[in-house]
Design a protein around this ligand. Sequence first.
Ligand code: NHW
Ligand code: EN5
Length: 388
Amino acid sequence: QHKFWETQPVGQYKDLGNSSLPEGPIEPPTPLSEVKQEPYNLPSQYEWTTCDMTSEETCNEVYNLLKSNYVEDDENMFRFNYSKEFLRWALHPPGYYRSWHIGVRAKANKKLVAFITGIPARIRVRHEVVKMAEVNFLCVHKKLRSKRLAPVLIKEVTRRVHVENLWQAAYTAGVILPTPITTCQYWHRSLNPKKLIDVGFSRLGARMTMSRTIKLYKLPDSTSTPGFRKMELRDVPAVTRLLRNYLSQFAVAPDFDENDVEHWLLPTENVVDTFLVESPDTHDITDICSFYTLPSTILGNQNHSILKAAYSYYNVSTKTPLLQLMNDALIVAKQKDYDVFNALDVMQNESFLKELKFGPGDGQLHYYLYNYRLREALKPSELGLVLL
Ligand code: NHW
Ligand code: EN5
């Protein structure tokens, strides 16, 4: 079934439901002197390259590889189109390793044909904070698929993570592998229903006309919560306190410090947006909502080429009801011309999805840990982690 994954320290299907296995690392760290010092062998026509994502030229090459070859929906109508600014942000968190931004080039013409990345993160699993790699942007050029290149990329990123003395990883995928810690559902809230229907992202409901649909998804022109504003640098300490306290309730969540919050939440134009509620009387920061920008290329439509999507990121409500906070997030996303607002059923998102007219999508997102066993799968609502 899984010739590669069977050999890896991940939860195996044969162990499903075996509650006698201990929770924690599956295999112990090996002494650093025993970590392989040379890269894995590639087929002879290809060579490894470490991608300097601060270089405009390299960033362009990665952008173009992903733009043409990265994730599509199951009917190949849309393909993720991460922007260059987004990729630079996603790959340069505090403490990042350049060596974890890994490319494969064709020796003949130096064309970039495959990619995989890791970034360091502290992830709390129940009561333990574990230093991990978050692995993302695994991509093999369409013309080189099914040649078992992906396992080589995964082994090479694993080796380079081991070189830095880290032994665990977290990753997500749309496909089922051994073995998800949880499976989440994508939900979608139409902001521009006419365009979504025109491009085949959504369909006109039964007994619905276009004008009734537009009316159904209409939103107020301005936000409703007094003190709702964009996050600023001076808010980092308060946002960190709120977020740390909020995330402490989930079984798996990032352990963010102020540096992480500054990097991951401070607004960056067309990359990440964070809003908060500052109490007009006390000036306390009581609530946060955030989303990141990930457009998709619309494949083969005459009238539209880009779908502008916002993805719910980290939201915390202590005073403003979460429903009202997220309604304000929808309003600002609409003001900023997003076509759709997407969210997973993680954290407390279930509590607003239906009420705010999100509908379930046809996609799921499976979450995985490498070399860390959980005794049983989590509910999506027990997960406090969003990967980009
Ligand atoms: S998920 C997005 C992944 N990328 C895409 O879907 C883009 C479009 N597809 C492609 O580029 C987010 C190719 O189809 C890829 C596979 C490259 C996906 N994760 O080369 P072969 C991430 O980036 C297994 C893991 O022939 P291919 C997270 C598959 O099960 N494994 O296939 C990435 C099979 O193994 P098996 C995946 O189609 C997390 C083998 O690859 C996978 O030409 C990575 C087939 O390889 C996926 N998404 O290329 C793991 N898709 O055992 C990180 C397929 O079943 C682990 N496979 O025979 C942690 C590492 C760090 C540890 C540190 C201690
Ligand atoms: C993570 N770092 O399938 C990378 N998206 O539902 C890996 N469907 O957009 C992630 N098929 O349901 C990989 N419209 C997993 C995601 C891969 C991309 C993917 C799904 C998620 C998606 C859309 C379009 C479907 C087009 C045909 C979808 C329905 C929307 C409708 C709006 C109105 C209310 C009901 C739902």
